[in-house]
Design a protein around this ligand. Sequence first.
Ligand code: UDP
Length: 330
Amino acid sequence: MKILIVGGAGYIGSHMVKMLVKQSHEVVVLDNLTTGFRESVKYGSLVVGDLADTILLEAMFSEHSFDGVMHFAANSLVGESMTNPAKYYRNNVSNTLNLLDVMVRHNVKHFIFSSTAATFGEPEYTPIDESHPQNPINPYGSSKLMIERILQDYAEAYGLNSVSLRYFNACGADPEGEIGECHDPETHLIPLILQAASGRRKSITVFGRDYATEDGTCIRDYIHINDLCSAHALGLDYIRSGKEQGALAFNLGNGQGFSVQQVIDVVSKVVAEDGCQLTVENGERRAGDPAVLVADATKAKQTLGWKPDYAELETIVRHAWAWEKKLAGL
Ligand code: UDP
C-alpha cells in the first residue's frame, strides 16, 4: 500500500512510519516541522509543508495514488489550547478539513485519525469505553471531537471511511532505540521523570498528592508507542477490508492504571541500574487533571484483533530510558 502520513516527523508519526515501512508499505510523509524533526523521518520520503497549503495538498494527491491517510499533525498542549484556542481550531480543525476535502476530491477513502481521551472530559465512570459521554473540557479535546463528528458526516455524505483512535497516555520509544519522544517544551510525565534521572532536569514535580486515589496521586493508563502504532495499522487494514464502513472509533490503552507515584517508583528502579537517581518535589494540582483516566480497549481488541506487545510499565520505561540516555549522552 501507499500511505500518506501527515505529521510523520513527530513522536507518534515517526514510529508509525518505521512500522509501516517494516511491513513493506510505501510511505510519504507530510510535515511542517514546527514540532517534528527531519531526523525522525528515517524511512519513506518527506515533503515539508503545511495542511493550510491546499495547493500543495492538491499537487501531492495528483502525484500519488494513496491507499490511505494517517493524520498525526496537531497541536496537543492542553494548557496552550486554553489560552490560544484559535491556534487549536485553525490547525486541528480547519487544516484537517483541507486534508479531508482533498481526499474526497481524489477519491481516497481510508482515513486514520489521532484522537484523544481528552474528548471524554471529566470521567463519569472508569474504565472508559466507547459509550462514555464525550464532553471535552478544553479546546484541544473539543478540536479533536469536532473532527470525530465531521468524520461521521463525511462517511455518510462522501463514503469516507475512518478510524478515530482515542489515545490515553502515549509513551515509550522504539524498542530498537532509533527514535523516541522529543517534545519542546516537554510536558509529559515519563520523559520528565527520565530527564530528572539523567540530569537534564533538576527534579520532577508531582502535581498534587491530594487526589481521591490510594496514594493521592493521579492515575493514568500508559500505552507503548508501538502498541498505539500497531492499532493504526490494524485499523487501516480493517476499513480497507470492507468488513465495516463509516466512521469508527476505538479507545486505546492498556486498561490498567498507574499512579504518578507508581510511575516514579518504576523509573527509580530502572535508572538505579545505571547508578542514576532523581529528586522528587511536590507541587499543586495542575488545572484540568482528572484523578483517574483508564481506557477500556475491549472494542479495539475484539474488532481489530489488537493486542499490546509492551503492556508492562517497566518495559515501556526501559525503552524510554534507553532513548533518554542517548539524548543525554549517557
Ligand atoms: N504530572 C506530574 N508532573 C509533571 C507532569 C505530569 O505530576 O511534571 C502528572 C499529571 O498531573 C498527570 C500525569 O502526570 O496526572 C500524566 O500527565 P501527562 O502530562 O504525562 O499526560 P496527560 O494525562 O495530561 O495526558
